[in-house]
Ligand binder design. Sequence first.
Ligand SMILES: Nc1ncnc2c1ncn2[C@@H]1O[C@H](COP(=O)(O)OP(=O)(O)OP(=O)(O)O)[C@@H](O)[C@H]1O
Ligand SMILES: [Mg+2]
Length: 340
Amino acid sequence: MTPPNEAVADQRSRDKDKSEGGVKSEGGSHLISNKKLGDVVLHADNISLSFGGVKAIADVSFEIREREILAIIGPNGAGKTSMLNCINGFYHPQHGTITYRGVTRSQMQPYLAAKSGIARTFQNVALFRGMSVLDNIMAGRLLKMSGVTRGLADRIVEKSPALSAVRRAKRHPLLKFGAIPLSWIPAALVSTADFALEAIRIGPAEREEIENRIFVEKIIEFMNIQAIRRVPAGRLPYGLQKRVELARALAAEPHLLLLDEPMAGMNVEEKEDMCRFILDVNDEFGTTIALIEHDMGVVMDISDRVIVLDYGRKIADGSPDEVRANKDVIDAYLGVSHDD
Ligand SMILES: Nc1ncnc2c1ncn2[C@@H]1O[C@H](COP(=O)(O)OP(=O)(O)OP(=O)(O)O)[C@@H](O)[C@H]1O
Ligand SMILES: [Mg+2]
């Protein structure tokens, strides 16, 4: 067990004390959480993915429940990142389906996954290096921003008879095919409409920008990165870049957060911090989390359930204690000798 686990355990017991909740497990270092898991939010069913002759994922099925922290572990090349890539639409499995919040699909575009509430961080940090921390996090908010503006403007236009009349007229087939010149629409009506449309665009857009900035500032405060909000992301030390990447994912208000080795390359103190942030995101926002991590101490302490991949196959699925005691897992990954 590594030192971060003790700190995480402290943090968790503090949280549990507050919420008359969990109890420390007897004989185990991780804490049993009695938080209520919800229904299954994601079901991966018989997923297989190959790259030429390389079978990255072989017939893997698993579920993730609402509010769960699921750890995906396994040796290098086991297919962990590929699995996250299938969930968020970067990779398209040749076989199998993924059902997310009741919608089943075999293929998905990443922007649709993002739209449906899936956000992620990457094994190799993927920030806009020349952009400030603030702008990077705002970028994570983009999906939300465009929707608000369009929706608001449309609602206002619908309520304005003059504006909607012009819109309807401009869509009329006779105008579309050039039978009636656009200039036939009374000029005064068009210019009034355009002016009003401009005002509508500016008004809500500014309001929206302010609302989004307020939201992003809350994320910045939550992640404790106020002091670096103006610093270009590329100039930050690696540990902080990882934290900014998590902040950017949170800006999208995800229901399901996919974290690919969020603590890789971090020192002990940075790992402690990241563990706390992950637990707090799960506790405070109720976010469901799927997490790839190699630090077994961290995995055992923060996850509700663990699945283990090896050469693309799932070899175990259970509680941290069950997985730690699993002979196949020990042979394939943990590397500790066992009695035969
Ligand atoms: N885009 C790709 N093109 C070709 N092969 C790929 C691609 N992505 C993954 N692979 C292969 O699929 C297998 C699984 O890779 P993946 O990155 O999913 O493993 P991983 O479990 O995340 O490993 P690590 O712990 O090293 O990050 C590997 O053999 C890898 O080389
Ligand atoms: Mg990987």
